[in-house]
Write a protein that binds this ligand. Structure first.
Ligand code: HPA
Ligand code: ZN
Length: 399
């Protein structure tokens, strides 16, 4: 059955990029403008001495993610950080509940801070906000809330990554609290919304290998409860010798988990080449490969699925402009690309929007979906079910 959606017919090439750029500008209208005009006040409000405590400014909830015309077709998301799904209103409530001081006390001010000078600045903001998650219930609720949001965008399957190492080391949150919260959230997401969620913890690039190994051991213990892999994220440029994580990777592999590190986002081609030593089951980002035809050919040979997140790549300034995004080059070389949001709250995006941007960059929804089916770390039964949903929606020969 062919996809019956005339709206997504061929548009003139130049127009596609214009549309994509326009869409991105519109996506963050309302606070990007303020960022550019009030740089000094932004850094003032970010200063810890000025952190406001107490009740929120009462500015109301962030607008719910809008349903878009593309929502009816099914989607798969393989790249989303659980901590980055928490919308500003919920994050402020969580911070208050947990006695965590954020650098802003209302939705507008917090949203304004989600404008990043560069990749390091993004990571700084990510670390600031993720420290808000403190309890088992926070982790459970984050999974459930995102499943509800994802459902509204037609999502069938989500693979979320989360970062327990610093929460354990810095905030003393026990591993079982975090893993039980995620695992219970996975069960509830399936029951309430019919969304299949799987999860994987992330090692920290450049972090202590023994903590990565401890994390991998916990992940293996939760394999029967929806934990399917091991990621590595954070400052890819500070990764050092990636072989430090060989033992953690071996623990995960021996325990039946997949390996899907962040590589080739800020870290470039070398980072991708280095993680190939682990024979990864996929790559978060991997977009730097577009600069190396031999590497792209190798990824094609290996059948590696990239988990590409267009808006985030521009938001972190790893890609200068959406019109320069490497997705078209990856597609032309035959590299398989699934599409994700990365941190939807921190980049003010939704999966519906990312699929639309990807389509304008030459990755059809059918091909993004099929790459998701093929790259997911799920078991065969789930994969078969996802395949059937895809065939019913897109036909059995995805473009
Ligand atoms: N890259 C590295 N670390 C991250 C990211 C990312 O895209 N998102 C959250 N932490
Ligand atoms: Zn990511």
């Amino acid at each position: 059955m062919a996809r019956a959606d005339a709206e997504h017919g061929i548009r003139p090439f130049a127009r596609l990029f214009k549309d994509a750029a326009e869409q991105l500008r519109n996506a963050d209208k309302g606070f990007r403008h303020e960022f550019h005009t009030s740089d000094s006040s932004r850094s003032r409000s970010a200063h810890p001495d000025r952190l406001a405590e107490g009740p929120s400014g009462g500015s109301g909830d962030a607008p719910p993610p809008r349903s878009r015309p593309s929502d009816p077709y099914p989607k798969i998301e393989l790249h989303v950080h659980l901590e980055g799904t928490i919308r500003p209103r919920t994050l402020l409530d969580m911070a208050r509940r947990n006695g965590v001081v954020l650098p802003a006390d209302n939705v507008e001010a917090l949203s304004e801070m989600y404008q990043y000078r560069d990749f390091d600045h993004f990571l700084e903001m990510w670390r600031t906000t993720t420290g808000t998650m403190r309890t088992e219930d926070d982790f459970r609720q984050a999974v459930i809330d995102y499943a509800r949001e994802a459902k509204s965008h037609g999502v069938e399957y989500v693979e979320t990554t989360f970062s327990p190492i610093n929460r354990n080391k810095w905030d003393g949150i026990p591993y079982p609290a975090m893993f039980n919260g995620v695992a219970d959230g996975i069960t509830a997401a399936a029951e309430r919304y019919g969304v299949t969620v799987r999860a994987m913890p992330s090692m920290i690039w450049g972090g202590p290998p023994d903590l990565a190994e401890e994390c991998a051991k916990w992940a293996v213990r939760y394999r029967e409860r929806g934990i399917v892999g091991l990621d590595a994220s954070g400052n890819e440029l500070g990764r050092g010798d990636v072989s430090q994580f060989d033992r953690a990777v071996a623990i995960a592999r021996d325990g039946g988990l997949g390996i899907v590190p962040h590589a080739g986002e800020a870290g470039g081609i070398d980072a991708i080449r280095e993680v190939l030593r682990w024979n990864p089951d996929g790559l978060q980002h991997g977009i730097a490969a577009a600069g190396d035809p031999a590497l792209m050919a190798e990824l094609v040979d290996r059948g590696t699925v990239l988990r590409v997140t267009p808006t985030s790549n521009v938001g972190t300034r790893v890609v200068a402009d959406i019109a320069e995004h490497p997705l078209p080059r990856l597609r032309e070389a035959g590299v398989r690309c699934s599409i994700g949001t990365d941190d939807p709250a921190l980049f003010n995006t939704t999966l519906g929007q990312e699929y639309e941007l990807a389509e304008q960059l030459g990755i059809s929804p059918a091909s993004a979906y099929q790459a998701g089916v093929d790259g997911a770390l799920c078991d065969d039964a789930v994969r078969q079910q996802l395949q059937e949903v895809g065939e019913a929606a897109f036909g059995d020969h995805p473009a």
